[in-house]
Design a protein around this ligand. Structure first.
Ligand SMILES: Cc1cc2nc3c(=O)[nH]c(=O)nc-3n(C[C@H](O)[C@H](O)[C@H](O)COP(=O)(O)O)c2cc1C
Length: 366
């Protein structure tokens, strides 16, 4: 596999077929992003899955799951547990940078924790203003903060001041909490406070994860911040190369953050960049590799669940993954996971659906 960021270029971006659920839509403006980020996904995109997806290639940077800050300076071991990449220069084994994401509402405490992350070698600090979870919001964290642009500004400014000037600070927002009334206030708050990057998930907290994502509203943010030293990154509902083109065209952005689409189709980052993307033959070996990592780290009773969770997304894109998912559906016994997975992969590879030729080789982790 090609080294991260330097995969083999071909004019094959459109070769990626859409996920099974995706309606066919006509291609629009041909545009490719110059930056592709892997989204943070609490409980899904942990260190092990970031490792797997960054091995495939095409991802310029990952973000950790959120690290919750309340009223204390967290010890180094907590940061290292939630983001083990800190022990290897804030990079995945394949060498892709990982930015640490903090979630909280106390500017001073977030600043102290950001400073500690800087000491631990974090590539940068990202601030979460988008989490819709009730427990998080009840404790004044995540998307509810979008009701208070003054506090958003105070948090970003405090974190910016607390870390070395060369360390990037970014923020991730939704369009708003209940509505979009404060969207541009929040965008200006983040920019005025000195953030280098603003990721906009094109939905309010109330809209949850219900399609569509309003890419044109992300465009309003980009226009409002045009000429400022901040990059706007578009996020939400990009599952295919065609979605990416439309998102780029409607938002006017040249940077994308991909979440569920990339978990479902690990070659999507390569494909949206017009690079050769892997087929099932290259993705399948990642499953036992992932199961081995999960078996080394996760409690036995949760191991099969983690592998099935990824398969559940992969089956949107690959019929073979559906067959493997079906074979493991009722499996609970941790010791049976690896042999059952290996057997199901062999069966899926022999099935008629699995004739798709290899499109690119996968890189070995550095
Ligand atoms: C299970 C799950 C967990 C998520 N966890 C986080 C998180 O920790 N921090 C964050 O900023 N966004 C989080 N998000 C939001 C995603 O980063 C992203 O904004 C959203 O899924 C839309 O992008 P997508 O359509 O490409 O998935 C999460 C989303 C999901 C589905």
């Amino acid at each position: 596999m090609a080294p991260p960021g330097k995969p083999q270029a071909v004019d094959g971006g459109a070769a990626q077929s859409p996920p099974m659920h995706a309606p066919a839509s006509p291609p629009v403006a041909a545009a490719r992003p110059s930056l592709v980020l892997l989204a943070p996904m609490e409980g899904v995109l942990d260190h092990d899955l970031r490792d797997m997806l960054s091995r495939v290639g095409g991802i310029h940077r990952c973000v950790s799951e959120f690290i919750r800050v309340t009223d204390q300076l967290l010890p180094a071991r907590v940061f290292l547990r939630l983001m083990p990449e800190l022990a290897r220069g804030s990079r995945t084994p394949a060498g892709v940078p990982v930015r640490a994401q903090l979630l909280g509402s106390d500017p001073a405490c977030l600043a102290d924790n950001a400073a500690r992350l800087a000491e631990l070698g974090a590539e940068g600090v990202d601030l979460n203003f988008g989490c819709p979870a009730k427990t998080v919001n009840r404790h004044r964290g995540g998307a509810v903060l979008l009701d208070e642009p003054g506090l958003v500004h105070a948090i970003v400014a405090a974190v910016r001041r607390a870390v070395p000037a060369a360390l990037p600070v970014s923020a991730k927002i939704r369009l708003g909490h209940r509505d979009e009334a404060l969207l541009l206030d929040n965008a200006h708050a983040v920019a005025d406070a000195g953030a280098a990057e603003l990721v906009v998930h094109g939905r309010t907290k109330l809209q949850g994860y219900r399609p569509p994502a309003y890419w044109d509203r992300i465009g309003r943010v980009r226009e409002a911040l045009a000429g400022r030293a901040i990059r706007v990154v578009a996020n939400g509902e990009v599952w295919t190369v065609d979605d990416a083109r439309r998102c780029l065209a409607e938002s006017g952005c040249d940077a994308l953050m991909l979440g569920r689409g990339l978990v479902a189709d690990p070659g999507l980052a390569l494909a949206v960049r017009g690079l050769v993307a892997p087929g099932w033959a290259q993705i399948a070996p990642l499953l036992p590799a992932y199961a081995a990592l999960v078996s080394a780290r996760v409690e036995p009773r949760h191991r099969a669940g983690r592998v099935k969770q990824w398969l559940n997304q992969l089956r949107r894109r690959f019929p073979e993954a559906q067959a493997v998912f079906d074979a493991l559906r009722t499996l609970r016994e941790p010791a049976a996971l690896m042999p059952a997975l290996q057997a199901a992969l062999v069966q899926a590879a022999a099935a008629p659906a699995a004739v798709e030729p290899a499109r690119t080789a996968l890189a070995e982790p550095a």
